[in-house]
Ligand binder design. Structure first.
Ligand SMILES: C[C@H]1O[C@H](OP(=O)(O)OP(=O)(O)OC[C@H]2O[C@@H](n3cnc4c(=O)[nH]c(N)nc43)[C@H](O)[C@@H]2O)[C@@H](O)[C@@H](O)C1=O
Length: 311
């Protein structure tokens, strides 16, 4: 049975990837330092757990000892605004951490490394939907570190014949996304709707994003390890919605009558984002299955269940 190491496997996207891998019959190892991941996300799953920070050079030896067939590298600092506030931390986790994982990967002779990249590598699009041919002009340290690792992956393939899948995710949402700290906008709005406290929208709310459900992302990640060749694709719904309208849909889905209020625009935020998923459909035989309203319904329901279980 083939073994897959998932870095960041206790996190939001990682835990869904782990579940998909197990369902497909892979043996799974998880490396996580629980900085933003949670033990409960992977509790009761038949995995081997390694508690280790990817930015710690010890990670290289740990990876060699695990000796995986594949590595899915999801451990990261994921917040655009945190990367603006603390670019050095972003660099340490996202670049140094990735280089450790890539060094571990080549020393363990893995068949492929999958890297979670981001729509943030493009910066403000010149053309929508954004294809992988679009120029890359990151607007934040986060986008820059993701792009830097993509370039390293190209070099590692050239020097060490390490195949890669670069998956540029649009805005991922779904159950287990944290509303605190590095939380994405859907999890923050869900949390406010649950609590009945009005959320703040940064900027005018007319900025648009392409939201993709986490289980669709996990399916794309797992599909990409079966493709031998290196590839770089967008993983997205290819549908844009403004943040203002997103809140409206969430209100309808939840039956809430909350209002929003508006605050200053965030530094590093891009204005519009919508990624073409054509190449992922072609190369991975994948397509998004979950509509935004269904995905939001599942997200809100999961949060309700979690809050109920906590009382
Ligand atoms: C692809 C990329 O996707 C993500 O980056 P992001 O687009 O910055 O994601 P976000 O959910 O923080 O913001 C989305 C939009 O929504 C606006 N917004 C309004 N009001 C709130 C609000 O209350 N909270 C937040 N967080 N955002 C808000 C905010 O200003 C922005 O315009 C990362 O997960 C990153 O890891 C990644 O790779």
């Amino acid at each position: 049975m083939e073994k897959v190491l998932v870095t960041g496997g206790a996190g939001f996207i990682g835990s869904h990837v782990v579940e998909t891998l197990l369902r497909k019959g892979y043996t799974v190892a998880v490396m996580d330092n629980f900085s933003t991941g949670h033990q409960e996300n992977i509790a009761d799953l038949p995995i081997d757990l390694y508690i280790c920070d990817v930015a710690d050079p010890a990670a290289i030896n740990v990876i060699q000892s695990i000796h995986p067939d594949y590595i899915i590298h999801l451990a990261a600092q994921i917040s655009v605004s945190n990367s603006v506030a603390d670019p050095l931390f972003d660099q340490r986790t996202n670049v140094t951490g990735s280089l450790n994982v890539m060094n571990g990967a080549r020393l363990a002779s893995v068949k492929k490394i999958v890297f979670a990249s981001s729509a943030a590598v493009y910066g403000n699009p010149i053309e929508i939907p954004v294809t992988t041919k679009h120029p890359t002009h990151p607007e934040s340290p986060y986008g820059l570190t993701k792009l830097t690792v993509e370039h390293y992956l190209n070099l590692f393939e050239k020097f060490y014949q390490l195949p890669y899948s670069i998956l540029r995710f649009s805005n991922v949402y779904g159950p287990r996304q944290d509303a605190e700290g590095e939380g994405g906008v859907v999890s923050i709005f869900s949390d406010r709707i649950q609590k009945g406290t009005p959320p703040m929208i940064y900027g005018d709310g007319d900025q648009t994003r392409d939201f993709i459900f986490v289980k669709d992302v996990a399916a794309a990640v797992v599909a990409s390890i079966a493709v031998k060749e290196s590839l770089c694709v967008n993983v997205s719904s290819q549908t844009a919605i403004s943040i203002k309208d997103l809140f409206q849909v969430m209100k309808e889905v939840s039956g809430s009558d909350l209002d929003v209020y508006y605050g200053p625009k965030r530094n590093g935020d891009i204005r519009h984002s919508m990624l073409s998923n054509q190449l992922a459909r072609e190369l991975l035989g994948w397509k998004p299955e979950v509509s935004l309203s269904d995905g939001l319904r599942m997200t809100l329901r999961a949060l309700k269940r979690k809050k109920k279980a906590a009382v």
